[in-house]
Write a protein that binds this ligand. Structure first.
Ligand SMILES: Nc1ncnc2c1ncn2[C@@H]1O[C@H](COP(=O)(O)OP(=O)(O)OP(=O)(O)O)[C@@H](O)[C@H]1O
Ligand SMILES: [Mg+2]
Length: 263
C-alpha cells in the first residue's frame, strides 16, 4: 500500500531520516520500532505530509504522494495519530468525534439557509456515526465528558476513534500505547485488531512496548540512525544481533525494547 523509497530528511546538520526504504503491505499491522532518535516520528511526519522530505519518494497504492498536504492525504484515506494526543479539551468526546468529517454541509453558511433539511440530516448521520464509534471503543460512559478530563489512555482511544469517523485506508499510530495502563492497552490492541479484521484498515504503528508489538504486528520494521536496519516477525527482530546492538549502542538515555518500556 505504501512504498517509501530512499527517504532523506535533514534538519540543519541532523540527518533525522537517512535513506529509509520500506513497504507497508495492504491489510497488515506493521510495527515500526527503534531506539530514541532513530527517525520514526520524522518518517511518519513525512508520510503524513507534515513536511516534505529532503529527497526520496512515497507511493500510496502506486500513486506518488510525496509532498502532498495532510488534508490531501486525509482525502485519500491516509490518517495519523500523534505521539501526544491532540484532543479538543473543552469539547466532549462526542463533539470531538463529530468535528472530524471534512466538508460538512453545515459549515457553509449558504447551505444552512437553503438546504436546512439536508444539513440537519447530515448532523444526525454524523452524530449516529460518532455514537457508533464510541460504542465500538467502549467509551459509552464518557460520551458527554470533556475530552480534557480523559486519562492518557482514553485520549489515545479517542484519537483512534477520530480515524473511524472517515473512511480510513491506512492509519499511522505514533506510540498509541505510551503511558497507557495495561487494561486500557489491551483494549486499544483489541480495537486495532478489530479495525484491521472487520474494516480492512492497514496500520503502521510506532511502539516501544515489544509485548504489544509482538501481539499485534507482522511484520516489524526496525529503524536505527534514520534507516531501516531489519524487517521480520517480532521474534526474528528481537533475536537479531544488529538490532540488539542498535538498542544497546545508544547509551543510557536510550529505551531498550523491553516489555515494560512505556515510551
Ligand atoms: N524539527 C526538528 N528539528 C531538528 N531536529 C529534529 C526535528 N525533529 C526531529 N529531529 C531530530 O531528528 C532525529 C530523529 O527524531 P525522531 O523524533 O524522528 O525520532 P524517533 O525515532 O521518533 O524517537 P522517539 O522514539 O524518541 O520518539 C533526532 O535526532 C531528533 O532530535
Ligand atoms: Mg517518536
Amino acid at each position: 500500500m505504501i512504498v517509501v523509497d530512499n527517504l532523506h530528511k535533514q534538519f540543519g546538520g541532523v540527518h533525522a531520516v537517512d535513506g529509509a526504504s520500506l513497504t507497508i503491505e495492504t491489510g497488515s499491522i506493521t510495527g515500526l520500532i527503534g531506539p530514541n532518535g532513530a527517525g520514526k516520528t520524522t518518517l511518519f511526519n513525512i508520510i503524513a505530509g507534515l513536511f516534505p522530505p529532503t529527497s526520496g519518494t512515497i507511493h500510496l497504492d502506486g500513486e506518488d504522494i510525496t509532498g502532498l498536504e495532510p488534508h490531501e492525504l486525509f482525502g485519500k484515506g491516509l490518517l495519523r495519530t500523534f505521539q501526544i494526543a491532540h484532543e479538543f479539551s473543552t469539547l466532549t468526546v462526542l463533539e470531538n468525534l463529530m468535528m472530524v468529517p471534512p466538508n460538512q454541509l453545515g459549515e457553509k453558511l449558504m447551505n444552512t439557509w437553503i438546504r436546512r433539511g439536508a444539513v440537519a440530516a447530515e448532523d444526525r448521520d454524523i452524530r449516529d456515526k460518532a455514537l457508533e464509534v464510541i460504542d465500538f471503543l467502549n467509551l459509552g460512559h464518557l460520551t458527554h465528558e470533556n475530552a480534557g478530563n480523559l486519562s492518557g489512555g482514553q485520549k489515545k482511544l479517542l484519537e483512534l476513534g477520530r480515524t473511524m469517523m472517515v473512511d480510513a485506508k491506512i492509519v499511522l499510530l505514533d506510540e498509541v500505547g505510551a503511558g497507557v495502563n495495561r487494561t486500557l492497552l489491551a483494549q486499544i490492541g483489541d480495537a486495532i485488531i478489530k479495525l484491521n479484521e472487520e474494516r480492512g484498515y492497514t496500520f503502521c504503528m510506532i511502539e516501544h512496548d515489544m509485548d504489544f508489538i509482538a501481539r499485534l504486528c507482522d511484520p516489524v520494521i526496525v529503524m536505527a540512525e534514520g534507516a531501516v536496519l531489519a524487517t521480520g516477525t517480532a521474534a526474528e527482530v528481537r533475536a537479531n544481533e544488529e538490532v540488539i546492538e542498535a538498542y544497546l549502542g545508544t547509551g543510557l538515555k536510550n529505551k531498550t525494547p523491553t516489555a515494560k518500556a512505556a515510551g
